[in-house]
Design a binder for this molecule. Structure first.
Ligand SMILES: NC(=O)c1ccc[n+]([C@@H]2O[C@H](COP(=O)([O-])OP(=O)(O)OC[C@H]3O[C@@H](n4cnc5c(N)ncnc54)[C@H](OP(=O)(O)O)[C@@H]3O)[C@@H](O)[C@H]2O)c1
Length: 315
């Protein structure tokens, strides 16, 4: 099979031919239709994770996928050959199996859900990590009607889901977005206020518009020294979620702020719920661009250059 894989610790990933993987006795084998790009994949492909996490070579890059079940091992009661599915391979080390490949075969690290017929393979492949991380982030700040929620990084793969999920719970969503296509997209997803972070000082702008502070912050961008001033925009007693491990939970608790460092964790139930929402038309999956599998390096470069929604590889 064709796969995008690291062959050794000191080289970047490349498109290579690998033997078709056998079905693990406790696994499922899937012919991959599409796979989406996440930040983790960029780090993995450029060998930046080699010193941090155990790898088994060849190490196939990629976590999200959609496809068709090809073979089923023991213990998978609800899965049959021919099922259209989508899912996620967790990054629990050792890293070895990935989804930027024509065939994926995995057991314990596989999170799987059925793909509703009305959801395309491309849409389904874009959902798992970004959609679950958005859901976990929104759940962490549990917005309700009338709450103001500032979402920083609202135009990215995770952000475009988070804007919708927070707005659907009745919150007033304030989204970072450059004027033009970015602003139009987040407003179409439910944001009612935007800040052009490229042309305005985010902290000063929010202070001026929300002098009493916002009720909640979901931050997909800031870490280190950049995080503190943004976190200070949340009034005492508010809520914060960050996907970058940026929150000092105890320090924020001292002023009554409930902060969560979110580790996005796709599960069958989250994927099923998100796919049902897409099928019902209550959740959209903004796709910035699709790339053919041969263009995988271009897809990673596009992700690094900047995102407006999800980038998907058609395998
Ligand atoms: N903890 C976890 O489990 C987990 C899971 C998934 C993702 N993550 C992390 O969560 C973050 C978001 O992931 P993602 O997939 O959504 O990434 P992404 O697609 O690259 O999105 C990031 C977005 O933030 C925008 N942005 C950049 N600088 C900004 C600024 N100063 N202010 C406001 N917006 C800014 C980017 O816009 P431009 O492209 O126009 O610059 C882009 O649209 C990443 O850091 C990722 O590593 C964590």
């Amino acid at each position: 099979m064709k796969a995008f894989a690291l062959l050794a610790p000191d080289s970047h990933a490349a498109l290579v031919d690998l033997p078709d993987p056998a079905l693990a006795s406790d696994g499922v084998r899937i012919r991959v239709a599409a796979a989406s790009i996440n930040g983790f994949d960029v780090f993995e492909a450029t060998a930046n994770l080699v010193r941090m996490m155990e790898h088994r070579f060849p190490t196939v890059v990629g976590r999200d996928f959609s496809g068709v079940v090809d073979a089923v091992g023991e213990g998978w009661e609800d899965v049959e050959v021919g099922d259209e599915v989508f899912g996620f391979i967790s990054s629990q080390p050792p890293l070895e199996v990935g989804t930027f490949a024509e065939i994926v075969s995995e057991g314990p690290r596989l999170v799987l859900a059925g793909k509703p017929p009305a959801v395309s393979f491309i849409e389904a492949a874009a959902i798992p990590l970004a959609g679950s991380t958005a859901l976990d982030s929104v759940d962490a700040v549990h917005p309700g009607p009338g709450d103001s929620v500032l979402i920083v990084g609202a135009t990215g793969g995770v952000g475009v889901f988070a804007v919708q999920l927070a707005a659907q719970r009745g919150a007033t969503v304030i989204a970072t977005a450059k004027t033009g296509d970015e602003e139009a997209l987040v407003r179409s997803l439910g944001a009612t206020d935007t800040v052009d972070y490229a042309n305005a000082d985010l902290v000063a702008t929010i202070r001026e518009r929300y002098p009493n502070g916002v009720d909640a912050l979901i931050d997909f961008v800031n870490r280190g020294d950049a995080f503190g001033p943004v976190a200070d925009l949340v009034h005492d007693g508010g809520r914060i979620a960050t996907t970058l491990g940026a929150a000092d939970v105890d320090a924020l608790a001292a002023r009554g702020v409930k902060a969560t460092n979110v580790g996005g964790s796709p599960t069958h139930d989250k994927l099923a719920m998100l796919a049902e929402a897409v099928e019902a038309g209550t959740l959209t999956v903004p796709i910035q661009q699709t790339f053919a599998f041969d263009e995988v390096e271009d897809a990673l470069a596009a992700f690094t250059a900047g995102t407006l929604g999800k980038i998907v590889l058609v395998i």
